[in-house]
Design a protein around this ligand. Structure first.
Ligand code: ACM
Length: 504
């Protein structure tokens, strides 16, 4: 009943009863995974004898993230070639507990047991991500921690945080105080989709200090989850332009942090100061987030203001370009090079590729139709498959009239998520610097999603289906998955991840 389905799992008779005092042994490199497991078991006192739970790093032909688990009545052995594998094995141990044990504080004494099993397991794809938009609605860091823990439960390994957009700037940047004093707050929010004329009249905002973000990164790291920050540019920039109007194309116009949804023509300028601003922000961002990858946005960037801006015209001439649209790719290339100087790799939303050649080193999040992602792989990129019809969890999950407000005229069911194959047509998995599919990612945009409960509602159980697509090899049987999901829902319920609106 494990989700995502392991490569091999054999159940044998018998069980391992977890004693009141835990005999836990962790070899070199296994301490953090052992601590995580001990926390899931209610941080009980430790013993130095009795039935033992052993975690160890051991050479194996399994990939780095793989693990082996052997549970017998007297001993539990979790071994892996790397720490990531141990973290995943710990999550399997967590799912093998009776669901009542998932809330250790209220678990009855007889919940502490594991069935005897043999597991050999490893992921299908290296990038198994979820994007959460904390720009449209600020979400409290305590909730982000809960969210990270639930991601880890499903062996997903990336939380992509969309930290900046037209409607809010959420990351503290030293030396640029107005980003959070001004850019983090809006006077009200649009009610309904882009183009609506209704507003709620309720101020909204919030931001994360660098110290709090470092804590979040550490919390995620203790679960094998990498937090990948996104600083959106050169479009979706109205919050920063509200703070620093001279970074745009109309310094004389005072723009508020945007209260509408949609695509704004007010984007960053292409003058040196705008580029320097982005470099300053990225330098501080990489100092907070140790992730190999940093996302620089790049989507939905109308270049109309660059057509008339004298600064942009000069830049076009200086670069020998023929159209303002070429500045879009150029802008992103500058920032890709900046990140490379910091030893990092840049990611952008894939549509930026259409406005100028992006270097092969740029990883792309392919959010439109999957064919765009296929094209990007063919042109030599590493691609994270994120096609909106099957991975946008902000879309309604059914046509049920009780569904909360969501983008109009589109639904993404559990079956839709489960049915998408990111490697369809025989696409290769990316590795090293080789082009291919790096992985798959769920997106949760929050224009319609103001609260943690609403995020929980939209995320589960659809994210469980995405996790299985990301982790488990093909040969999918949706009915068989639904059977496991039924049992898994009990775990989600105990964890408070399922909300009453769940009609699926
Ligand atoms: C996107 O949905 N604009 C990435």
């Amino acid at each position: 009943m494990i989700i995502p389905r392991p490569v091999e799992l054999t159940v044998r008779p018998g069980e391992f009863v977890i004693p009141a005092a835990l005999h836990l042994s962790s070899g070199p490199g296994a301490t953090r995974a052992a601590d995580l497991l001990a926390g899931y078991l209610g941080d009980r006192p430790r013993a130095s004898e009795g039935p033992i739970v052993r975690l160890e790093i051991a050479p194996d032909e399994l990939p780095y993230e793989g693990y082996r688990l052997e549970i017998s009545p007297a001993e539990v052995v979790l071994s892996a070639p790397g720490e990531e594998g141990l973290f995943h094995g710990v999550q399997t141990l967590r799912q093998l507990l009776p669901p009542a044990a998932l809330e250790p504080a209220s678990a009855p004494p007889d919940a502490w047991r594991w069935p005897c099993v043999t597991v050999r397991d490893a992921p299908r794809l290296p990038w198994r991500g979820v994007m959460l938009d904390v720009a449209r609605h600020y979400l409290p860091p305590e909730f982000l921690e809960e969210f990270i823990d639930r991601i880890a439960l499903h062996k997903l390994n990336v939380l992509h945080l969309h930290l900046t957009d037209d409607q809010g700037w959420r990351i503290e940047i030293e030396g640029l105080p107005r980003l959070t004093e001004v850019g983090a707050w809006r006077t009200e929010s649009m009610v309904g989709p882009a183009g609506s004329t209704r507003f709620d009249g309720i101020p909204h905002g919030g931001f994360y200090s660098q110290r709090r973000l470092r804590d979040l990164v550490a919390y995620a790291s203790r679960r094998g989850v990498t937090v990948v920050p996104e600083i959106e540019m050169p479009g979706h920039a109205r919050a920063l332009l509200a703070a620093y109007p001279h970074l745009g194309n109309r310094a004389e116009v005072s723009l508020p942090v945007w209260t509408s949804w949609g695509i704004s023509e007010d984007i960053l300028g292409v003058h040196d100061e705008a580029l320097e601003f982005c470099r300053t922000v990225l330098a501080q961002t990489v100092a907070v987030f140790p992730s190999r990858y940093v996302h620089i946005g790049g989507d939905e960037c109308p270049t109309t203001q660059w057509e008339t801006s004298p600064v942009a015209r000069r830049r076009i001439e200086e670069l020998g370009f023929t159209t303002p649209a070429q500045l879009h790719g150029w802008f992103l290339r500058q920032m890709q090079e900046t990140l490379a100087e910091h030893g990092r790799r840049a990611i952008c939303w894939d549509e930026a590729e259409q406005n100028g050649d992006l270097p092969a080193e740029m990883t792309l999040t392919a959010w439109r139709d999957p064919a765009h992602g296929v094209g990007s792989v063919e042109r030599g990129h590493q691609v994270i498959m994120a096609p909106h019809r099957t991975t946008y969890l902000n879309y309604a999950q059914s046509t049920h009239p009780g569904e909360p407000p969501a983008p109009p005229n589109v639904t993404t069911t559990i079956a839709d998520v489960y049915g998408f194959d990111p490697l369809a047509g025989g696409l290769p998995v990316a590795g090293g610097n080789r082009p291919g599919v790096l992985g798959i990612q769920a997106q949760l945009w929050t224009e319609f999603v103001p609260t943690p409960d609403h995020v929980r509602y939209l995320t589960f159980p659809r994210l469980c289906a995405l996790a299985e697509v990301a982790w488990s090899e093909g040969g999918r049987d949706y009915e068989e998955f639904r059977g496991r999901l039924k049992a898994h829902r009990e775990r989600l319920r105990v964890l408070g991840a399922l909300r009453a609106l769940d009609t699926a």
